[in-house]
Design a protein around this ligand. Structure first.
Ligand SMILES: [Zn+2]
Length: 319
């Protein structure tokens, strides 16, 4: 029997857990569903990531409002993916921030990504009809943008750390508490989605840049918060191990003139013992292997995923 497409059959509601990582520093994890965060300034809140829809974002805001009623002055979006940005309108943020590279990706492929991601992960697309349209930033930056939090709360540094999960990922660093919000550049016991990635950059200097923060708290895109240097290092290295496992196995078949399907099966067999039980492993892997195969083919700029192309690749590899 054919495997159900992507995460279409995943209907189990996940439990949200709010963690306080320092004074006014919050992470909301959700058993492998996308994480979000928030940082209190003296007079305002900086929200980090939206959820997939306004309704899903409102659920997060309701939890956050148990901690602070300060207005959301800034909404920081680490990258352009639909399930991270399309609930932005619920925040009523003064400004929405993204890297310039992410803005370009919204312009180029935001519409297609919306259809693709909501098709792959329908459970996250709660009340999807409320999404007012694509989410556009009001502030963009190329490499770095700082937000002074006021009082003695320190500052947030938003930095483009190199191409990785997408061409525009930003890490968000809080100096006072040594907390890093890494977006989907690091996952904690959740499979990596690399369908829009630059595998070689990501596994190399981009993760080196992430690791160089020497964070005490690391909030990745999915999974639990890592605490203490040993755990944050382990989260980075576990992400790198997933990438290197793909690079090795897909590369072997590509170089030998094998087929995409052979590369996919070998990669799945190689990664499954360590990563197969993690959320979205079977969902992500066909898209991941296809993108890496494209990179080996010399396709620099990731091809755009459409709902139709999603189904084609799925049928080619997972059926
Ligand atoms: Zn993503």
């Amino acid at each position: 029997m054919a495997k159900p497409f992507a995460s279409a059959a995943d209907t189990d509601v996940k439990t949200d857990t709010l963690e306080t990582l320092g004074e006014g520093i919050y992470a909301l994890t959700a058993e492998g569903d996308p994480n979000v965060g928030a940082v209190e300034g003296e007079d305002f809140v900086v929200a980090i990531e939206s959820r997939a829809t306004p309704a899903a974002s409102r659920e997060w805001l309701k939890i956050l409002r148990g901690q602070t009623d300060k207005p959301v002055r800034y909404l920081v979006l680490t990258h352009y993916h639909a399930v991270r940005v399309l609930g932005a309108s619920a925040f009523d943020a003064g400004d929405i921030l993204m890297s310039a590279a992410s803005r370009d990706l919204v312009a180029e492929r935001g519409e297609q990504d919306w259809k693709s991601e909501f098709g792959r992960m329908p459970r996250l697309a709660k009340n999807a009809e409320e999404v007012p349209g694509l989410t556009w930033p009001t502030i963009t930056f190329k490499d770095r943008y700082d937000i002074e939090l006021g009082g003695d709360r320190g500052r947030l540094e938003l930095r483009f750390v190199g191409r990785g999960h997408t061409g525009g990922d930003v890490a968000v660093w809080h100096d006072r508490t040594r907390t890093l919000f890494a977006g989907d550049l690091v996952e904690s016991k959740a499979a990596l989605y690399t369908g829009d990635a630059y595998h070689f950059d990501w596994a190399g200097r981009t993760l080196d840049n992430v690791k160089a923060y020497r964070a005490d708290n690391l909030v990745g895109g999915r999974g639990a918060v890592s605490r203490g240097l040993a755990e944050t290092d382990a989260a980075v290295e576990q992400t790198r191990k997933f990438l290197n496992g793909m690079i090795e196995n897909v590369g072997r078949f590509h170089k030998a003139g094998g087929t995409l399907r052979e590369a996919f099966e070998a990669t799945r067999d190689a990664l499954a013992p360590a990563f197969g039980a993690w959320p979205i492993f079977e969902h992500c892997l066909p898209f991941d292997v296809q993108r890496l195969w494209d990179e080996y083919d010399g396709i620099e700029h990731p091809r755009i995923w459409t709902a139709e192309r999603d189904r084609e690749v799925w049928a080619k590899l997972q059926d």
